[in-house]
Design a protein around this ligand. Structure first.
Ligand code: BES
Ligand code: ZN
Ligand code: ZN
Length: 491
């Protein structure tokens, strides 16, 4: 899609959108054309338009030099206009363009609107996401597609807006990338696919990369990763990416570790049909890590960051690991496998041990680790757990700023004790009280591998994939955690 900026409308094609704050009803911005003003006054006089948030006034335009259709769009009161509302109204406008099958839209920008250009654009772009990319009509291009977006704006605002638009496009493209990785099933997105994507990203940006396969993982005694992948015909991968954006190249890196289970059948503790259907989402943490590496250099993030994602398929066959197996992790700890469906913590345990070798400033794990987090927090908040209040608060704050929310959950010492085993050092699932505090216990397991590092865990088990999307989201993958982490890295 082409994004342009102009002072005046050039083409008669398409839909002309005029955002109207309630405050504009008697104080109309200078760069808005007279015809929209006339139209507005008529609607106001007939009590058909108030400028309330999301309100719509539609008309055909018969005037020269104007688009063929005009749309007045209510933006509510200026004092209520926040970054979150901007994103939601952007999406609402984007949806309206889709409904009208308009391929070309122009939008008048005022200085009030320009305050949240980035978020507003994000909304328009994100709602264009299409979950039907594998339909044949998608490749045949027989579908609606927004082709051009023309921002009409006073000269004095051009420069600022341009920067914001470019950033919004980079972020929206990355979010689309993350969603595609998560939405596409594991017969497309498998461990090799993820490794190839990481290679592409490293090549495009000049990042250091290292991809470990089964042989290297055996040498490292990565017993967790290998056990979970033992029922799979394909090799496990541990993907390592490094970005050096800090002024001081020796500054300690932030380690971001993402769960990359391309499909989670549950293993011999097989998932029931209601739960198994969407388990191609179980690499959403890995997708967020790849999405971040896609944009960090472009956005000039001034941090050193390493990304580590263990990628496996949790399958069932003769060689698959079994409940009651005792495995030895990369750290040397032995684990009694009480449940093969608690596999994320096994691969992440090894990945955390691997991350700790790089002497990181802190370690952030992001994973669809538990279904239990959804029972606690629903589908709007990711669970935030860890051993450092400051880091947890920083992530929560970053998430709030970009509407990618997280909320703290506790790590009580008794939850940690619940992971003790009678026959090994620890077990991967508590047996006696397993219905309780499942999210905390998953994190408690991970903590056994953190070894004194500052650490925060983001459980996106309830938020990575949704049937009840936010106004600017579509069904399926949400890329939850991507914007939270990006904002955190920007600071
Ligand atoms: N991948 C699942 C968690 C999950 C469930 C993510 C639903 C997204 C949506 C994870 O591997 C799992 O199965 N966790 C179990 C752990 C239990 C066996 C201790 C869970 O949460 O039920
Ligand atoms: Zn599982
Ligand atoms: Zn899983």
């Amino acid at each position: 899609m082409k994004i342009e900026m102009n002072e005046k409308l050039k083409s008669r094609k398409g839909l002309l959108i005029t955002p109207i704050f309630e405050n504009y009803l008697d104080r109309f911005p200078k760069n808005y054309p007279d015809i929209t003003k006339k139209f507005l006054l008529k609607l106001v006089k007939n009590k058909e338009f108030w400028g309330h948030s999301g309100e719509i006034g539609f008309s055909y335009a018969d005037e020269e030099n104007l688009s063929d259709k005009i749309l007045l769009f209510g933006f509510g009161k200026i004092k209520n206009y926040t970054s979150k509302i901007a994103r939601e109204l952007g999406a609402k406008i984007g949806k309206e363009a889709i409904r009208l099958k308009e391929k070309n839209i122009s939008i008048f920008f005022s200085k009030e609107l320009a305050k949240y250009t980035e978020e507003f654009m994000e909304g328009i772009l994100m709602i264009q996401y299409d979950i039907g990319k594998l339909k044949t009509k998608y490749s045949k291009k027989e579908r609606y597609d927004l082709e051009s977006l023309n921002i009409l704006v006073e000269k004095s605002l051009l420069k600022n807006i341009k920067k914001d638009l470019e950033k919004a496009k980079i972020i929206a493209d990355a979010i689309e990338y993350v969603k595609d990785l998560v939405n596409n099933p594991s017969n497309f997105v498998d461990m090799d696919y993820l490794a190839d994507e990481a290679r592409k990203i490293a090549k495009e940006n000049g990042y250091k990369i290292n991809i470990l396969g089964n042989k290297e993982l055996e040498k490292l005694n990565a017993g967790g990763i290998l056990a979970v992948n033992s029922g799979s015909e394909k090799e496990a991968k541990l993907i390592f990416l490094e970005y050096k954006g800090a002024k001081n190249k020796n500054e300690k890196p932030i380690a971001i570790v993402g769960k990359g289970v391309v499909f989670d059948t549950g293993g011999y503790n097989l998932k029931p049909f209601q739960h198994i259907e969407t388990m191609h989402q179980d690499m959403a943490g890995c997708a967020v890590v790849l999405g971040l590496f896609k944009v960090m250099k472009k956005l000039g993030i001034k941090k050193n960051v390493i990304g580590i994602t263990p990628s496996v398929a949790n399958m069932v066959n003769e060689k698959a690991f079994k409940p009651s197996d005792i495995i030895t992790m990369m750290s040397g700890l032995t684990v009694e496998v009480t449940n093969t469906d608690a596999e994320g913590r096994l691969i992440l345990g090894d990945a955390i041990t691997y991350a700790a070798k790089f002497d990181p400033k802190n370690i952030i794990t992001i994973a669809t680790l538990t279904g239990a987090v959804a029972l606690a927090l629903g589908d709007r908040y990711a669970g935030l757990l860890g051993n450092n209040t400051k880091l947890r608060r920083e992530l929560m704050k970053a998430g709030k700023e970009v509407d990618d929310l997280g909320w703290g959950l506790p790590l009580h010492s008794d939850y940690k004790k619940a992971m003790d085993s009678a026959v090994a050092d620890i077990r991967n699932r508590d047996v006696e009280t397993y219905r309780m505090a499942g999210c905390s216990k998953g994190a408690a397991f991970l903590e056994k591998f953190v070894e004194g590092n500052t650490w925060c865990h983001i459980d996106i088990g309830g938020t990575a994939f949704t049937d009840s999307p936010k106004p600017y989201q579509t069904r399926g993958a949400t890329a939850h955690g991507f914007k939270m982490l990006l904002r955190y890295l920007e600071k």
